[in-house]
Design a protein around this ligand. Structure first.
Ligand code: IPM
Ligand code: MG
Length: 354
């Protein structure tokens, strides 16, 4: 029997609630797939920061680094100035573990409502591969004459050939392994004439090794337009960190909302971290009304990356069935509580969807 050590970061707001439901689902279904879990809780987040000033300690890194994978609920606390926890915890962990891919499927499940008129699950089914370590997120820049009338602030986009290359190679491998057919590079080569010129050159260099995969290019503004107008044009999109951040929130909306959108911060040779992408939703905290499906979907992605394909698929199928039974995917409007939704996913897995 395979045993996985999973580090759990419930984090802030509704994070712990959705993570608890996910652990419940896994604990009750693991034996069916001959898998064992050792869940290790970590108290990173806004509450600990407010008490001790600690964001991520050396001990945290050691603990998290010794696990097979990390499952994260949410980071973001109303009493902490925006940026501190995001930079100090979420972005810090992505960088520390060199999770250089942010993988975000945009899939409309059967029976889930999309705000796009006349679009069906056949039309909305693509995956965004977002570079996750550099670009505008590299932290390069600074102030001159801080706080004066002459103040200058710069924030530079860092684009290294090696990071672009590993990201694009991952996207092509992913496309090929998952029987997808086409990759679109989403960039802005008409304005970012150095940085995205490099992206474009590397993209077509790597593409030569994959003659069966169709390639396409879209400027980010046009990609946003097409994601709404013609989402069926997309299969896999590869893009830089900032553009990936922006287009995946749009993606989450067209797939039915934050209640269902999951992502993986992946280091193919190291420790990856999976999360619902919806945030900490402070106003719903502790009310048993948040939708746990995105976090459960993140666990399904985690199992897929760990190599437990069948288990991952069965969870996904049960999520689809459960989503079908909800009035809405939004917090407070599901027609069921958080814990009832978790129970339903669990039951569908155990009964093979009966
Ligand atoms: C995301 C989030 C983060 C990001 C924030 C919280 C720093 O928006 O995971 O998409 O920008 O990457
Ligand atoms: Mg984002």
């Amino acid at each position: 029997m395979k045993k996985y050590k999973i580090s759990i970061i419930g984090g802030d707001g509704t994070g712990p609630e959705v993570v608890d439901e996910t652990i419940k689902v896994l604990e009750h279904t693991k034996s069916k797939f001959n898998v064992e879990f050792d869940f290790v809780e970590n108290d990173l987040g806004g509450d600990r920061y407010l008490k001790s000033g600690d964001l991520v300690t050396d001990l945290d890194i050691e603990q998290l680094g010794s696990s097979d994978s990390i499952l994260l609920g949410a980071i973001g606390h109303p009493d902490v100035k925006p940026g501190i926890l995001e930079q100090g915890i979420l972005l810090k962990l992505r960088k520390e573990f060199d999770q250089y891919i942010n993988l975000r499927p945009v899939v409309l499940y059967e029976g889930v409502e999309t705000p796009l008129a006349n679009k069906t699950p056949d039309d909305i089914n693509f995956v965004v591969v977002r570079e996750n370590t550099e670009g505008l997120y590299a932290g390069a820049g600074g102030y001159i004459h801080y706080g004066t009338d002459k103040e200058v602030a710069t924030q530079e986009s860092i684009n290294t050939r090696s990071a672009i290359q590993r990201c694009i190679e991952y996207a092509f491998e992913f496309t090929s392994k998952n029987n997808r057919k086409k990759i679109t590079l989403c960039a802005k080569t008409n304005v970012l004439t150095y940085a995205h010129d490099l992206w474009e050159r590397v993209f077509y260099e790597v593409a030569e090794k994959y003659p069966d995969i169709e390639t396409d290019y879209g400027h980010v503004d046009a990609v946003c337009m097409w994601m709404v107008k013609n989402p069926e044009w997309f299969d896999v999109i590869v893009t830089d960190n900032m553009f990936g951040d922006i287009i995946t929130d749009l993606g989450a909306m067209i797939q039915g909302g934050m209640g269902i959108a999951a992502g993986g911060n992946i280091n193919p040779n190291g420790v990856s971290m999976f999360e619902p992408i919806g945030g900490s939703a402070p106003k719903y905290t502790g009310k048993n009304v948040i939708n746990p499906l995105a976090c459960i979907a993140a666990a399904s992605m985690m199992l897929d990356v760990l190599g437990e394909k069948e288990y991952a698929n069965e969870i996904e199928k049960s999520i689809i069935k459960t989503a079908h039974n909800l009035d809405s995917l939004s917090a407070g409007k599901m027609g069921m509580s958080t814990t009832e939704v978790g129970d339903m996913v669990k039951e569908f897995i155990l009964t093979n969807g009966e």
